[in-house]
Ligand binder design. Sequence first.
Ligand code: DX5
Ligand code: ZN
Length: 217
Amino acid sequence: MNSKPIIVAPSVLACDFNRLEAECVRIEKAGADWLHLDVMDGHFVDNISFGPPVVQSIAKIATVPLDTHLMIERPDHFFPRFVPYVNNITIHVEPDYDIGNTLKGIRAAGATCGLAISPPTPFEKVEPYLDQIDLLLVMTVNPGFGGQSFIEPMMAKVMRAAQLRTERALEFHIEVDGGINSNTAAIARECGANVMVAGTDIFRAQDAALAIEELRE
Ligand code: DX5
Ligand code: ZN
């Protein structure tokens, strides 16, 4: 089912923020392919994480691509403040704004674009945009907090995405985010996901390199 190489994207949300630079360096050395940056605004989700100044600081030291997940009410308004510093920007399908134009704007500014779907949202909401995206993020927890349990029924969305990608001869990555560990990553890979986001499993592991390797194989 999986034709693309597996990409592991540790979520910086789970790092020790007192040691942000050292944590990014440690996790890159452990084999991270991308760093996943979770931006939360306290409106779209019930949590506030970090914004442009922290993303810029990470961009100064990072040596791997930055994958930015905007869990915010107005991605159309805020993406320009992130786009110069990162490689990919993923926006959610749920808030009320012009999604098509925002995806175009992100690409025009030189980044790749992703679209994210939360667990309660039907897959049909993302279907019209599949030919305009570089990545589809299927959320496997309700967005807002790290450390939650994987919602396995979301694998139906991953399989549907992989099927439509083949039918329409598209190339987008399929990313899963939330409750990913060696067991759930194996399930997600089997269903067709190729980008594994994990916070707790990697940053809190005794051996981060081993944790990353186990998400890949
Ligand atoms: C949740 C975030 C995730 C989160 C994953 O809203 O989008 O990226 O950090 O954390 P774990 O891997 O701990 O579930
Ligand atoms: Zn995320």
